[in-house]
Design a protein around this ligand. Structure first.
Ligand code: FAD
Length: 484
């Protein structure tokens, strides 16, 4: 005989643990399901093992860092703010500190401190944890009346066929079927994460579970993901990390259609290039100063991951790197002249070591159009100008994103139009709630994604508890349940 609970939370990641804690603190009997041998596997690798757990900014600022569906998060973020998150962790034994860009980390610089705080709270909240994988969300009842448009549920018979319940009862959640058996509760919070870094447990199960109940899934693609180059320059500099460069992302205009180098492994962004790119003009879509890495496929590193969150499918892009952002053109020209003067009897290719990293020099020579063997004292003004342009605007054509599995975050997921933004409850299946990355929301780097996990989990848990209290009060007073 299986035990009954007030609530089942599916997924022991950031959002799932937090939802279970909140519901437990509110007095609910909570079961947390997690197939991994340990909770919070992804949380442990966040922030390079240091966990950037939130951003110390007003909640309205968080919204500005959410490129799509920000409005959906308005209520959740105002209900549980970054300040609330900091207070929660501090009061559970995890001291925090704020670093550059308002990024909040544990003082210990160890993500394990964040996980320990959550585990402590799970204990205080009396949450029962079972190592099991959810295979199906169970429902009772049937769809009364016309199913919501686009829900995928065709008619009453379709929904009723999946349940043993009387057909005159409206469809609602009744539990979860797992590889360890069935568990029952009138509320289920789905917090199974996205599709990125599947080794941590987020394998996209939540999309399948939600889809089986008629939810629309916005196709998941990677965000905060490395970029694939259309061309071979980056591979030649594989392993080279450039700190303190300025990166600008431009939308490219024109060009033919070219597939990503290996379409099965990459998400193609859209039209690419037939001719070689000219210097991009117009306003950049994104601009940031920081660190990047050249890889065998293209570009990675913090600035590049941030840039990727600003890219939209169906568009072509070009990255322009300013290799010497501290020098304006006049100062850079003076610097080049000085280096050339110091190496006046050397060839062009042997006079560049003061200006560029060693692995970059052959690429700079090839792209500058200046023959490598040219004596530096015979480099013309026009050639020097070309070198200057290349240094200030080192362009890389982008053909696509690396696959979602390599992304920090999944963009896409359960469509927000089918979720009540105040309660995180499904508009299709009463009693089913969503929290965290499984929802079609994602943010830039800076601790915003974990803040979304905390805020949506808080909203879902509290709404689910309130609804059950309302139903209990209503039934004990003899009032017919009219809960939304
Ligand atoms: C390398 C890396 C670094 C990151 N760094 C940061 C950072 O510093 N700051 C930040 O804000 N964000 C960061 N993120 C993003 C952040 O980790 C996610 O936004 C966050 O973990 C999402 O939480 P979640 O609970 O929704 O999903 P997850 O943390 O992915 O948790 C989902 C859980 O559900 C479980 N699950 C899946 N399927 C089932 C099933 N069928 N039944 C039961 N359980 C299931 C999984 O095993 C997993 O434990 C980083 C991500 C990565 C990959």
């Amino acid at each position: 005989m299986m035990k009954e609970y007030d609530m089942i939370v599916v997924g022991g990641g950031a959002a799932g643990m937090f939802a279970a804690i909140q519901a437990g603190y509110a007095g609910a009997r909570v079961l947390l399901l997690e197939p991994n041998e340990r909770l919070g596997k992804k949380l442990l690798i966040t922030g390079k093992g240091r966990c950037n757990l939130t951003n110390n900014c007003p909640w309205q600022e968080v919204l500005k860092n959410v490129p799509r569906n920000a409005r959906f998060l308005y209520s959740a973020l105002s209900g549980f703010t970054p300040e609330d998150a900091i207070t929660f962790f501090e009061s559970h034994g995890c001291e925090t500190k704020t670093e550059r860009g308002n990024r909040v980390f544990p003082v210990s610089d160890r993500s394990a401190s964040v996980l320990d705080a959550l585990k402590t709270a799970l204990g205080y909240a009396g949450v029962e944890i079972v190592r099991a994988r959810a295979k199906e969300i169970l429902t009772v009842g049937a769809v009364i009346g016309r199913p919501p448009e686009g829900s995928g549920i065709k008619d009453q018979g379709d929904a009723a066929a999946r349940t043993d319940a009387p057909r005159d009862e409206a469809i609602r959640v009744s539990g979860v079927r797992t590889d360890k058996g069935d568990f029952y509760a009138p509320a289920v919070i789905l917090a199974t994460g996205g599709k990125s870094y599947p080794a941590t447990g987020s394998t996209g199960d939540g999309y399948r579970l939600a889809k089986a109940l008629g939810h629309s899934i916005v196709p998941p693609v990677g965000s905060l993901v490395p970029l694939v180059e259309d061309g071979g320059f980056c591979a030649k500099m594989q392993g080279l990390a450039l700190k303190n460069v300025s990166v600008r992302l431009f939308e490219a205009v024109g060009g033919g259609v070219l597939n990503a180098p290996n379409p099965s492994r990459t998400e193609t962004l859209g039209p690419s290039w037939t001719p070689a790119p000219t210097l991009p003009t117009g306003k950049p879509v994104f601009e940031e100063f920081g660190e990047l890495l050249f890889t065998h496929f293209g570009l990675s590193g913090p600035v590049i991951l941030s840039a990727s969150a600003h890219m939209e499918p169906g568009k072509a892009y070009i990255i322009s790197i300013d290799l010497k952002p501290a020098l304006d053109e006049e100062k850079l020209d003076a610097r080049i002249l000085r280096d050339f003067a110091e190496n006046k009897n050397r060839s062009f290719e042997n006079a560049l070591s003061g200006l560029y990293p060693k692995t970059m020099i052959p690429v700079i020579v090839a792209r500058s159009g200046i023959p490598g063997e040219t004596r530096v004292n015979s480099v013309t003004k026009e050639q020097r100008r070309a070198l200057l342009e290349l240094t200030k605007h080192f362009t890389v054509k982008i053909s696509g994103l690396r696959p979602v599995e390599e992304a920090i975050i999944t963009s896409g997921g359960v469509a927000t139009r089918e979720i009540d933004p105040k309660t995180m409850e499904s508009k299709l299946i009463p009693g089913l709630y969503f929290a965290g990355e499984v929802i079609d929301v994602d943010a830039y780097t800076g601790g915003f994604n974990l803040q979304i996990a905390w805020s949506t989990a808080y909203a879902a848990a509290n709404a689910a508890v309130r609804k059950q209290e309302y139903i209990r009060d209503a039934s004990s007073s003899g009032i017919k349940d009219q809960s939304p």
